[in-house]
Design a protein around this ligand. Structure first.
Ligand code: URA
Length: 181
């Protein structure tokens, strides 16, 4: 077993896919290593690429607001991405980039041993839950896999584009909180 710091060091120096050549900084997940809940988004954004920290931009503010709705902060949770580097132009990470990066996520999951995994958005839900997962229809539904609850909610950036998604996502976050208690 590697330690968390060793894993972070691998991620920081990773060259497993071409994103390594265009990134400024790899973005390791962050948060409470003892959190019962692991949030997984798709890939680092532009601000994250600059700062090396997940969800530091505008979507991060939406995420923080959702956490506040259920009385939580970043210190209570752990958040990471499928792909640790920024896909140029904010495009979806390619399947081969996801494949190259997924061992890091598997290892993060192994170290955290969460009670629940929450996918943020379609890309993460389709990689983690089911390839044909439909976020509009299935967000907020729960599935138990190998003793771990899996669910998905809208990606915070989708809420930024369409704020009518916010109230539904609050409902999903409340259900997450309830299941964690
Ligand atoms: N969007 C993501 O999917 N991940 C981040 O870390 C930031 C924005």
């Amino acid at each position: 077993m590697y330690t968390y710091d060793e894993l972070k060091n691998f991620v920081d120096h990773c060259g497993r896919c071409p994103l390594a050549r265009t990134r400024n900084r790899a973005v390791m997940g962050r948060g409470n290593l003892r959190s019962p809940v692991l949030f997984i988004a798709e890939g680092a954004g532009r601000n994250e690429d600059r700062d090396g920290i997940p969800f530091t931009g505008q979507s991060g503010q939406v995420f923080d607001r959702l956490l506040r709705e259920i009385g939580m902060t970043r210190e209570d949770v752990y958040i990471t991405n499928i792909v640790k580097c920024h896909p140029p132009g904010n495009r979806d990470p390619k399947p081969e980039e996801q494949e190259a990066c997924i061992p890091y996520l598997k290892y993060e999951t192994l170290l955290l041993r969460p009670k629940m995994i929450v996918c943020l958005g379609r890309v993460a839900a389709q990689r983690i839950i089911r390839p044909d997962f439909r976020i509009t229809r299935e967000h907020g539904s729960f599935l138990l896999r190998k003793g771990v609850w899996l669910t998905a909610v809208y990606h915070p950036s989708a809420i930024l584009r369409d704020d009518t998604k916010y109230p539904e996502t609050v409902v999903d976050f409340r259900a997450i909180k309830k299941r964690l208690m």
